[in-house]
Every structure is written in structure tokens, then in C-alpha cells.
Design a protein around this ligand. Structure first.
Ligand SMILES: *[C@@H]1O[C@H](CO)[C@@H](O)[C@H](O)[C@H]1NC(C)=O
Ligand SMILES: *[C@@H]1O[C@H](CO)[C@@H](O)[C@H](O)[C@H]1NC(C)=O
Ligand SMILES: *[C@@H]1O[C@H](CO)[C@@H](O)[C@H](O)[C@H]1NC(C)=O
Ligand SMILES: *[C@@H]1O[C@H](CO)[C@@H](O)[C@H](O)[C@H]1NC(C)=O
Ligand SMILES: *[C@@H]1O[C@H](CO)[C@@H](O)[C@H](O)[C@H]1NC(C)=O
Ligand SMILES: *[C@@H]1O[C@H](CO)[C@@H](O)[C@H](O)[C@H]1NC(C)=O
Ligand SMILES: *[C@@H]1O[C@H](CO)[C@@H](O)[C@H](O)[C@H]1NC(C)=O
Ligand SMILES: *[C@@H]1O[C@H](CO)[C@@H](O)[C@H](O)[C@H]1NC(C)=O
Length: 429
């Protein structure tokens, strides 16, 4: 019975921090003769004699490894210098705590990688809207014989291209490298197909400088893909018909970029380009979007759009396409497919030309709304004072041969002529 008690007592002592330093050389800072404390400059020393180090019960400094004498490690739970090896912060899942130069340090736990081969190496690729991040496990690479500190883009090792830094992902320490999502940036190659844009680059990872070499340096090809959208499709287009103006937030604060562009497919992913020719009578799709605004807080409302034969927004021949946020079909066929519900607005219209004019300019007036249920931004309603809107304009490249063509297109033009007369009548009233 006595022995059992002793064993239990020993176990309790261990858990109560039995490993705490309690020696006399160096003395405890709390000793009356010492009255010491720890400071960033002097470490832990006696108040009576700064040259005399002491062992604290409060380690209030950044470099906690300098609080304890050799062979002891600061334990914040027991608030003492313990002979138990303790890493603080605790080590990650593939690390173990070891004493390196008398400092408790998290090092790779090689046995957690026992038997791992190159095939087990799988970098993590994160494709964000503006950056790509490739992350590789520090411990696994080291275990396999690579040197993650010698890591750079294969085709460009300049500093501005190689921004890499350690971080913790899934409780593992990884080395991450950031790249801009931009064609040509530091060797990025951009390709596309009908549904996606792809950005590709290659990462070089060197090997450790050891006498026995077991691996070759590696080249890691990686590709981020992005859905083709109203916005991303403008990136691959060489000369998209677009215009970008600045628009302010709902309450007049902030400044965002409003882009208007035109597409020739109903998915709004095939931009009309300056060299294209749009045939009169076909459908085109006007896309307006605001980048980098908070989509949860704002929506984009297109209040009105109209077409003119000149770049003068007050041209008296103007033909309305959208009024009060909704399709205005008196003159031409148009459909407001999305408005006031997101940071994107979509308007479909049947193209037309002005009699004896070679150009069609489209003007839209838009504003940012707060995204609240009672904002009414997706409703049809009469315009507010025009000064609250931001105006943007694009020029649609029409088929130059249209005047030689017959029938149906002339009919379209006639409709426009009627609209033109009506507008004139309104003005005369
Ligand atoms: C402190 O206690 C917590 C909870 O018991 C434990 O998870 C942690 O590892 C301890 N930290 C140290 C440095 O001993
Ligand atoms: C190291 O990894 C091995 C295998 O996963 C594991 O059994 C061991 O507990 C780990 N060591 C430490 C100190 O975490
Ligand atoms: C590396 O990329 C930078 C930025 O794109 C560029 O200025 C530089 O010329 C490139 N260097 C080489 C060797 O390609
Ligand atoms: C590799 O290690 C050897 C011996 O340790 C050293 O002489 C040499 O400079 C090292 N090479 C590089 C590139 O670090
Ligand atoms: C990586 O890409 C380069 C060209 O970009 C190519 O030559 C090489 O074969 C690729 N490597 C692998 C393993 O796919
Ligand atoms: C990309 O497109 C696919 C298929 O249309 C869709 O399921 C997916 O959610 C889209 N991804 C993003 C990030 O929009
Ligand atoms: C303007 O609106 C934004 C977003 O709704 C909000 O964060 C900001 O505080 C507002 N500013 C003023 C002056 O009301
Ligand atoms: C507007 O807010 C609602 C919830 O308040 C949210 O469900 C919706 O996605 C937001 N709209 C946009 C364009 O983010």
C-alpha cells in the first residue's frame, strides 16, 4: 500500500510540474536577495545585480528561450523553467519538439515520412481571382532530398518574380509562392478554350548540397483555370470593344471601375472586337460590370441605355434601349436579362443602324445601389436626377456592307426611322 501511494504521488508530482527548476545557481529571480525580472535587453537578471542571471517564474519577453538556463525550457502552463522539452507554440502534425542549441525547436519528424516517395509529393495549388499560390510541404521536400529554400520560377529567378514565404496549411508547414494572374508576368503562359482561361508556369526546386545525391532538381508545371465570364473573356480578346469609367459607391464614397462591353453570344463570353463586323438584325449582348466592389454590399443598376449615330450623347436621333431600368422596346427589340441584382448587368438587343449613318454608339447610365431588400434597384421605375448616374459609351462596329443589302435590314432601319420621328415629336412638344 505504501509503495502504491508513493507511485501515485510521483505521478502527481510529475503532472504538477515536478520538472520545474528549483536550483540555487543560478538563483530564482523571486529570491529575496535577487529580486529579479526579465527584460528584452538584459534577459532575466537580478534587480540587485544586473550581471547576475536568475530563473524567473514570469517570462514576459519575446524570446522565451532566453528565460531558462541550459537544459530547461519555458513552460507557460506551469509558469516555470521545466526540464521537460516543450515547444511553444506547439509543433505541427509532421514535426517534433527537439533541443537545438539548447533551444526547444520544432523540427521535421522524419519518421512521419518513413517510406514516402516522390510520388507522395503533391503540391497544393490555390487559384484566387488575382493571384495563384503554389504551396509545397517543407518537411516532405527535405525528407526527399530537396532544398525548398532554393525554389524559383523555372524561366525567371529574379526577386520580383519569386515571392515565397512559409505558412501553415492543414497543420503542416509549407513554403508558398505567389504569382500574379496575368499573361506574360514572369513567364506566365495564358491559353483559353471556349469555357476557360488557363494560366501556366513552372517552378524549379533545387536539391540539398549533400555528398550523396538521390534526386534531380524538379520542375513542377502548374496551371490555374478560370471560368470564361463576362469579365475574364475580355482578357484574351485582342481588341475588345469596351469602355471603363469610374463610378462611385451608393452614398458617393469610394471609386470603382465600371466596364461596358458587348458580346456576340448569349453567355456573354465572346466579346465583340474592333475588327469584327456585326450584322444589322442580329442579337448583341451588352455587359456592364463593376470590379473590386463588395458584391455583398452593392449591386449595379443600369438606369437607361440609348443608341446614337454620333458620339454625342445628346444627339437628337437617340433611340432608347433601356429606360427606368427596364427594356424599352418602342424602337428596337431589347431585353434586360439582369439588372440591379448583382455587380453585373446584362442587356440583349437586336442590332439596327441609323439611316445613312455608319456608326452606332451605345450610351448607358448606371449607378451602384446598396444591396438591401428595399433598395428597389432591380425594379422598373422612373429616373432620378441624371447627375446621380455614371455614363459610359461604346461604339458597335457594324457591317459596312449593310447599305447594299436588302429587305429585312431596311425594315429594321425603317423602325428606327419611326422611332427617330417620335423622338423628334416629343422634343417639339
Ligand atoms: C498546456 O496545457 C494544454 C492543455 O492541457 C496542452 O494542450 C499544452 O500542450 C500545454 N502546453 C505546454 C507548453 O505544456
Ligand atoms: C513522429 O512520427 C511518428 C510516425 O507518424 C509518430 O509515431 C511519432 O509519435 C512522431 N513523433 C513525435 C514526437 O510526434
Ligand atoms: C523576369 O520577369 C520580370 C518581370 O516580368 C522581367 O522584367 C524580367 O525581364 C524577367 N527576366 C528574365 C530573365 O526573363
Ligand atoms: C556544398 O557543400 C560543400 C561542402 O560542404 C561546400 O564546399 C560547397 O560550397 C557547397 N556548395 C554550395 C553550392 O553551397
Ligand atoms: C512542363 O512544361 C514545359 C513547357 O512549359 C514542358 O517542356 C515540360 O515537358 C513540362 N513537364 C512536365 C513534367 O509536364
Ligand atoms: C465554373 O463553371 C462551372 C460550370 O459552369 C461551375 O459549376 C462553377 O461553379 C464555376 N466556378 C466558378 C468559380 O464560378
Ligand atoms: C457608404 O457605404 C458604405 C457601404 O455601404 C459604408 O461602409 C460606409 O460607411 C458609407 N459611408 C457613409 C459616409 O455613409
Ligand atoms: C445581397 O445580399 C443578400 C443577403 O442580404 C445576398 O444573399 C446576396 O447574394 C447579395 N447580393 C450580391 C450581389 O452579393
Amino acid at each position: 500500500m505504501k509503495y502504491i501511494c508513493l507511485i501515485v504521488l510521483a505521478a502527481l508530482l510529475k503532472h504538477a510540474g515536478a520538472g520545474c527548476y528549483s536550483g540555487t545557481d543560478p538563483v530564482m529571480c523571486t529570491d529575496t536577495g535577487c529580486n529579479g525580472f526579465c527584460s528584452e535587453d538584459n534577459g532575466c537578471s537580478c534587480g540587485s545585480d544586473e550581471t547576475k542571471t536568475c530563473v524567473p517564474t514570469t517570462c514576459g519577453i519575446k524570446d522565451i528561450s532566453s528565460c531558462c538556463p541550459s537544459g530547461y525550457f519555458w513552460n507557460s502552463n506551469t509558469s516555470c523553467c521545466s526540464d521537460e522539452l516543450t515547444c511553444n507554440p506547439p509543433c505541427l502534425s509532421d514535426e517534433k519538439c527537439a533541443s537545438v542549441n539548447d533551444v526547444a525547436t520544432c523540427v521535421c519528424n522524419d519518421s512521419s515520412y518513413a517510406g514516402k516517395k516522390f510520388a507522395d509529393f503533391s503540391p497544393l495549388l490555390t487559384c484566387l481571382p488575382n493571384i495563384m499560390v503554389i504551396s509545397v510541404s517543407q518537411c516532405l521536400l527535405t525528407h526527399l532530398g530537396f532544398d525548398y529554400t532554393n525554389m524559383h520560377l523555372l524561366n525567371n529567378d529574379s526577386d520580383i518574380c519569386n515571392i515565397h514565404y512559409p505558412e501553415i496549411i492543414n497543420n503542416n508547414r509549407v513554403e508558398s509562392m505567389q504569382l500574379k494572374v496575368q499573361s506574360g508576368w514572369c513567364g506566365n503562359k495564358m491559353t483559353f478554350d471556349s469555357s476557360k482561361l488557363y494560366y501556366k508556369n513552372s517552378l524549379y526546386i533545387g536539391i540539398q548540397n549533400k555528398s550523396v545525391i538521390t534526386v534531380d532538381p524538379m520542375t513542377l508545371n502548374f496551371t490555374c483555370s478560370y471560368n470564361m465570364t463576362m469579365q475574364t473573356s475580355l482578357i484574351y480578346a485582342l481588341k475588345p470593344v469596351l469602355s471603363t469609367v469610374s463610378i462611385s459607391g451608393p452614398n458617393g464614397t469610394g471609386s470603382y471601375a465600371l466596364t461596358m462591353s458587348a458580346y456576340n453570344n448569349p453567355d456573354y463570353t465572346s466579346p465583340i472586337q474592333a475588327e469584327d463586323t456585326v450584322e444589322v438584325g442580329t442579337y448583341i449582348y451588352l455587359g456592364l460590370f463593376v470590379k473590386d466592389a463588395d458584391g455583398a454590399a452593392f449591386t449595379l443598376r443600369v438606369e437607361e441605355c440609348y443608341a446614337t449615330p454620333t458620339s454625342d450623347p445628346s444627339d437628337i436621333n437617340k433611340v432608347y434601349i433601356v429606360r427606368g431600368g427596364c427594356a424599352y422596346t418602342n424602337d428596337v427589340d431589347s431585353w434586360v436579362e439582369q439588372n440591379g441584382k448583382a455587380l453585373e448587368a446584362r442587356i440583349k438587343l437586336s442590332t439596327f443602324s441609323f439611316q445613312s449613318q455608319t456608326n452606332v454608339y451605345i450610351f448607358c447610365n448606371a449607378m451602384l445601389c446598396p444591396n438591401t431588400t428595399n433598395s428597389q434597384c432591380d425594379k422598373c421605375k422612373t429616373a432620378r436626377a441624371s447627375s446621380t448616374y455614371t455614363q459610359t459609351m461604346i461604339n458597335i462596329p457594324l457591317d459596312d456592307n449593310r447599305f447594299l443589302n436588302s429587305g429585312s435590314q431596311k425594315a429594321v432601319s425603317w423602325t428606327v426611322m419611326l422611332g427617330f420621328i417620335l423622338v423628334l415629336l416629343k422634343i417639339n412638344n
